[in-house]
Design a protein around this ligand. Structure first.
Ligand code: ADP
Ligand code: G6P
Length: 457
């Protein structure tokens, strides 16, 4: 590829070695391709109309700032109180406010104008996630004909749920100005194509791509993964126990942002059910690490309160002087510690009600000792379940199903644990994150170039 790679994501990577999955995923590709990463500062302030160049990384970083109002309306509002619940099948939590959509569109428009000023004709753009669905449309309006790829990290919404938007047809129009739309799973691709099938403006070409106005769009799945070798290395270092002298003899681990899509209340209830059904005799612990996220959104405040209540009530019911069944840690922890925690756990609980992929599931598998691995209990509604079919797959809405999976995991014979782990490990390797970015960029390079007219014209 001759041109540069320009990546856009909501958050600008902070510092030379940020731990976030996306940075790990893209830092090699972006460094090799003389690339630039564009993203917003975490804190709002005075709006910027041109980028600040940040120092200290092998690739170029360009940051922009949102105003406090944009942060409320675009980020907390349209992105996280409309699109996030819509895509995670929680239309009951969608909050429609005209100023949310107004600022969502105006932030995307401002960003497009700023990108135009630094863009060269053979640059390729890779836009990430639901914060920027209309960015290609705004760029095309400005005459940009460069190849633009988009990757949606979260589930693609169902056709029925999309009708919750005041103008559902805008969603198809936003995506139609990309050359390539990457989604996590085959099921996501099916939902996206269902949306275009129902849209009279779209025409299907014999190779399966979608012609929409002047543009031809490819929709493909690219399941994201982790940097497998680096995770194995972190987990196999003989690090001291992160618990100090308080390490439980047997524990199950849960690691999630404190998000309602992760199904943590059901997980706690299922653990309670398991304890009631005789599991308390084994005195296992559920260690739940759940850092707060998007705290100004009411749904996140509600889930925080709900979890404290359930954990408090279960500990009140079952704890003894020398055993606390649920250890609930409400903060971020170091990646090295996380890898050690995964490795020493007997099982992991991933019970998302909906999840684009769920990298925690893959990290847990990679962190295990193959000779004596722990067991992954995985929601069938996480994207990772399409690949990790030998995990113990559960219905996260069914408390008894999760409770019996916990029992089964803790009793599972060594040969079965090894067999399931070896299978999952192969799947984790097949989706290594470097393959993910290489494959996406290879397909994007081969996409038909765009005539510089927006599809919506
Ligand atoms: P999501 O992107 O919805 O948060 P994923 O499971 O795909 O869910 O990715 C979450 C990432 O954040 C993983 O890499 C995980 O290790 C990391 N993470 C989640 N919780 C914590 C925590 N408490 N401390 C450190 N890292 C965390
Ligand atoms: C998910 C989304 C990302 C987002 C991350 C953290 O992984 O797919 O786009 O950055 O959650 O959420 P936050 O709102 O803190 O950026």
């Amino acid at each position: 590829m001759a041109g540069r790679l320009i990546v856009v994501s909501n958050r600008i990577p902070e510092g030379p070695n940020p731990a976030g999955g996306l940075v790990v995923a893209l830092k090699d590709a972006i460094t090799e391709k003389n690339g630039t990463w564009i993203g917003a500062y975490g804190e709002p302030g005075e709006a910027t109309d041109s980028f600040d160049e940040l120092e200290g990384t092998p690739y170029r970083r360009l940051a922009f700032r949102l105003t406090a109002e944009e942060h409320s309306n675009y980020y907390l509002g349209f992105a996280n109180s409309v699109l996030w619940p819509l895509c995670h099948r929680r239309v009951d939590l969608v909050e429609l406010q005209p100023e949310y959509e107004r600022d969502y569109l105006s932030v995307n428009r401002r960003l497009a104008a700023m990108i135009l000023r630094i863009l060269k004709p053979d640059d390729m753009l890779w836009i990430h996630d639901y914060h920027f669905l209309p960015l290609a449309q705004e760029l095309r309006r400005l005459g940009v004909s460069n190849r633009i790829g988009f990757f949606l990290h979260i589930p693609f919404p169902s056709h029925a749920d999309l009708s919750v938007l005041p103008q559902p047809e805008t969603f198809a129009g936003w995506l139609a100005d990309y050359n390539l739309v990457g989604l996590q799973t085959g099921a996501d691709v099916a939902r996206c194509l269902e949306m275009y099938r129902a849209d009279p403006r779209a025409e299907f070409l014999p190779d399966g791509s979608v012609k929409f106005g002047m543009n031809i769009l490819s929709v493909r799945s690219f399941p994201i993964g982790i940097d497998v070798d680096s995770f194995i290395e972190s987990a196999s270092r003989s690090a001291p126990s992160p618990f100090g002298r308080e390490e439980p003899a047997k524990y199950i681990i849960g690691v999630d942002r404190l998000d309602y899509s992760k199904g943590i209340p059901n997980r706690f209830r299922a653990f309670g059910r398991f304890l009631e059904n005789g599991g308390a005799e084994k005195r296992p612990c559920l260690v739940q690490i759940a850092p707060p996220t998007r705290e100004r959104v009411k749904a996140y405040q509600d889930i925080t309160r709900e979890l404290e209540e359930i954990a408090g009530s279960l500990n009140g019911q079952f704890a003894t002087l020398d055993w606390t069944p649920i250890r609930y840690i409400h903060r971020q922890i170091e990646r090295e510690q996380l890898a050690t925690l995964y490795r020493r756990a007997s099982a992991a609980l991933v019970t998302s009600l909906a999840d684009g992929m769920n990298l925690v599931a893959k990290e847990f598998v990679a962190a295990q000792d193959p000779e004596d691995p722990g067991v992954l209990i995985l929601s069938k509604f996480a994207g990772a379940a399409e690949q990790l079919t030998e995990a113990l797959l559960v219905n996260p809405y069914d408390t008894d199903d999760i409770a019996s999976a916990i029992d089964r995991a803790l009793e599972m014979p060594l040969d079965e644990r090894r067999r399931r782990h070896a299978f999952c490990m192969q799947a984790v390797r097949r989706t290594d994150v470097s393959l993910w970015s290489t494959q996406f960029l290879r397909v994007l390079e081969r996409c038909m170039p765009t005539l510089n007219l927006p599809s919506s014209m």
